[in-house]
Ligand binder design. Structure first.
Ligand code: CMC
Length: 453
């Protein structure tokens, strides 16, 4: 394909943009020299048409519903692999040999405990703190606990930080849960595999023996694999942006957690179950669909739609299958919430609003139900997403640091504010009565403060 040429209205050539090609997916017009050569920038809020980097980690074909990690289809990996092996694949590009996997698992396992002092950090939070608030604070704090591995220019320190984060995320996440329910923290057990150890730290108590149900560990493995990476989504782009300033990896992952927390990103799995519980019965489905289509109503069908997938999200397919297996094997058939979810999906996919906009169920539509069946409480859903996605974030962070083309992230803007003007003294301001718009309903300074309530 030839270069791409930009012309002005009169047909005069403004710029010639070389086309860059990957191994799969759309070509990209290289605009790196556009501003210098032509004085023009590009405008793309939300980056719908912007490739911010080249990456060899994950490929999505949104029209065909394909998701590949390093070239391997997601359903194959769920079927045949385990999470630590997939973490190795995402980080290093190839499936590990037997010896490589044993070494990597051992190195990760050696880091599962957290510094004992870190547990006092939890005690500074209110017991009802959202686990994501706890998680982002504690993960950020790791940079103070492990200053020996925050030199991003040292490949060995980078690797140690990566292993530390992958190893400690289950411990930190389970501790956040235990803290909110007032139970003692449970130490990791290095004789268990990654997923079984996480379930052990979440659900065992010192007073009773606890045996991990292998069915639950298998479902947890599938859950962690499907959520592990999804190319340049909001939180991954956040991690890359923060990392581009050479911030340490713990700070970068804390930033990723912050971004993931939003209800239209990782917070959607929690929002889906809350929505289904709110809808309650099939009799209320028509009203929910009507509200989702109403532009004056902020209600949306949570777990529906995706920036990239314009067909069924392959992760949703896997999650639905895993959920069906869990229901059958745990004898939970006829779960009313699942029946409601299936009926909502059926009706939405027959509705022209959703069909014409290509809005299909995304991963969160069924991952929340899988977590619920595993006994995970609603407010932990996004935290578990963060635990899994840490592997993807770290893979992108590592790739970015090793990529010679990457520079500090610094987007441009179209400035639409006031042009240069003289300073106005306070007595002269608002004489024309024009006041800037302020939100109404704030407590006046004389009213009691809500801070600390
Ligand atoms: N319910 C109702 N209408 C929707 C929905 C929805 N869930 N999603 C999109 N639309 C409509 C939207 O109103 C717009 O309509 P119109 O063209 O008439 O203005 C059209 O579909 C395109 O939507 P958009 O908001 O421009 O699409 P986007 O690519 O900016 O947003 C999204 C993608 C995922 C944020 C959005 O679909 C959404 O809010 N979905 C619900 C939240 C959710 O499930 N998020 C999880 C995403 S997957 C996991 C992850 O990324 O973390």
């Amino acid at each position: 394909m030839a270069d791409y040429t930009l012309h002005d209205d009169a047909g005069k050539e403004i710029a010639r943009l070389p086309l860059l090609h990957g191994t799969l997916g759309s070509a990209a017009a290289d605009v790196r020299r556009l501003l210098d050569d032509s004085g023009i920038t590009t405008y793309d809020p939300g980056f719908s048409s912007t490739a911010s980097c080249s990456s060899a980690i994950t490929f999505i074909d949104g029209d065909q519903g394909v998701l590949l990690y390093r070239g391997y289809p997601i359903d194959d990996l769920v079927e045949k692999s385990d999470f630590v092996e997939v973490a190795y694949l995402l980080l290093f590009g190839e499936l590990p040999s037997d010896a490589e996997l044993r070494n990597f698992s051992r190195d990760v396992t050696l880091h599962t405990m957290v510094h004992e002092q870190l547990s006092t950090f939890y005690r500074g939070f209110r017991r009802d703190a959202h686990p994501m608030a706890v998680l982002l604070g504690v993960v950020g704090a790791l940079s103070a606990f492990y200053p020996d591995s925050i030199d991003v220019f040292d490949p060995l320190q980078r690797l140690i930080s990566i292993e530390r984060l992958i190893a400690k995320m289950p411990t930190i996440t389970a501790m956040a849960y235990k803290y909110t329910i007032g139970q003692p923290f449970v130490y990791p057990r290095n004789d268990l595999d990654y997923c079984s150890n996480f379930l052990h730290m979440m659900f065992s108590v010192p007073a009773e023996p606890y045996t991990v149900n292998p069915l639950l560990a298998k479902a947890m493995n599938a859950l962690l694999i499907v959520m592990a990476d999804h190319e340049q989504n909001a939180s991954t782009s956040t991690v890359r942006t923060v990392g581009s300033s050479r911030a340490n990896p713990f700070a970068c992952i804390a930033a990723g957690i912050s971004s993931l927390w939003g209800p239209i990103h990782g917070g959607a799995n929690e929002a889906v179950v809350a929505m289904l519980v709110g809808i309650g019965t099939k009799a209320n489905l028509a009203d929910a669909i009507r509200r989702a289509k109403d532009k004056d109503d902020p209600f949306r069908l949570m777990g529906f739609g995706h920036r990239v997938y314009k067909s069924y999200d392959p992760r949703a397919k896997v999650m639905r299958r895993i959920y069906e297996e869990l229901l059958a094997e745990l004898d939970l058939a006829d779960d009313p919430l699942f029946e409601l979810a299936k009926e909502l999906e059926r009706r939405a996919l027959e509705d022209d609003y959703f069909v014409s906009r290509k809005l299909y169920p995304n991963v969160d539509f069924y991952s929340g139900l899988v977590m619920k069946a595993l006994g995970i409480p609603l407010n932990m859903f996004t935290a578990i997403f963060a635990l899994s996605r840490t592997v993807g974030w770290l893979s992108h962070w590592k790739e970015m640091i090793e990529d010679q083309d990457q520079r500090i992230a610094r987007p441009r803007q179209i400035y639409v504010g006031a042009t240069q003007r003289p300073y106005v003294g306070i007595a002269q301001r608002r004489l024309d009565g024009a006041a800037p718009k302020m939100p109404t309903g704030r407590p006046m300074p004389s009213e009691p403060s809500i801070v600390g309530g």
